[in-house]
Design a protein around this ligand. Structure first.
Ligand code: HBI
Ligand code: FE
Length: 297
């Protein structure tokens, strides 16, 4: 077992869990069926992460968490989350067995339904995630869905996903999701903060992404990110920084088709590559990945 990995198999290389229960892969969360041990795993994860996030997670994450029925003692009930979310941004949380096929995922997002894994990781794999579980999906993603800009951006991603599939540009679009919704950083008054769910739900990466001298921290640029491979099995080598969450709204108004074409015609970039015109918050020294010599996703 790897010590630090985060959202392994959570990207395009992902397999898919189980069989569809319904055509849209949704199942009942079965909230009453969680065992005391499963609620205890949630509590362990919740408490250590909640200690870490003040001063690291963006203000909107912290506020979203406060306004939702999410606490340490129990795995949240998706119906109660959906009641609050629906009022705020028109989103719902629906239960799925794990990763679902891309088109099913996009269809849900396009309709403001967030598919969340209903299972929770085992106590011996607290830092290792084969597929998105209820802690990643609910703790990491749902607080951000309380924010109107994130809410619209993820819906647009769902709509754009169906189109990107037809255009043969899904890898380019998936990289945008990865480097924003999963592993994005945002500028705030006092420095960089986390808004990506893959980071916010990871004990080790929420420290690494801000404190380590190793990774690059680069000003976000759509076309640049579309060209950039990512790591699915380890910390990112580069994090991309948006100005504020409303910058994501600008992207919902842009036609991605010409950007896809330019990105595909340009040289593909490895996760740690830097370009002469990158705007850097920090040039990483690469020490972490050099020592580990891990494989590129
Ligand atoms: N399914 N449940 C779930 N969660 C995801 O984040 C997810 C998925 N299926 C496909 C997928 N992500 C990605 O490969 C797409 O965003 C491209
Ligand atoms: Fe995720």
């Amino acid at each position: 077992m790897l010590a630090e990995p985060v959202a392994a198999k959570h990207g395009l290389a992902a397999g898919e869990a189980g069989r569809p229960a319904n055509a849209d892969w949704t199942i009942d969360q079965g909230w009453a069926n969680y065992s005391a041990a499963e609620h205890a795993t949630w509590k362990t994860l919740f408490e250590r992460q909640t200690k870490l996030l003040p001063g690291r997670a963006c203000d909107e994450f912290v506020q979203g968490m406060k306004d939702l029925p999410i606490g340490a003692d129990q795995i949240p009930d998706f119906r109660r989350l959906s009641e609050v979310l629906m009022q705020r941004t028109g989103w719902q949380v629906v239960a799925v067995p794990g990763l679902v096929p891309d088109d099913v995922f996009f269809e849900h997002l396009a309709n403001r339904r967030f598919p969340a894994g209903h299972f929770i990781r085992k106590p011996h794999e607290l830092d290792y995630l084969e597929e998105p579980d209820v802690f990643h999906d609910v703790f990491g993603h749902v607080p951000m869905l309380m924010n109107p800009a994130i809410a619209d951006f993820i819906q647009a991603y769902g709509q754009g996903g169906l189109r990107a599939q037809q255009l043969g540009c899904l890898p380019q679009l998936a990289r945008v999701y990865w480097y924003t919704i999963e592993f994005g950083l945002v500028q705030q008054r006092d420095g960089l903060r986390i808004y990506g769910a893959g980071i916010a739900s990871s004990f080790t990466e929420s420290v690494f992404c801000l404190d380590s001298p190793s990774p690059n921290r680069v000003r976000f640029d759509l076309e640049r990110v579309m060209r950039t491979h990512y790591r699915i099995d380890d910390f990112q080598e580069s994090y991309f920084v948006i100005r504020d969450l409303d910058e994501l709204l600008d992207f919902t108004r842009v036609d991605f088709a010409p950007l896809y074409q330019r990105a595909k015609n340009a040289r593909e970039l490895q996760p740690g590559d830097l370009l002469a015109d990158d705007v850097l918050f920090q040039r990483g020294d690469g020490s972490y990945h050099r020592a580990r010599n891990t494989v590129t996703g």
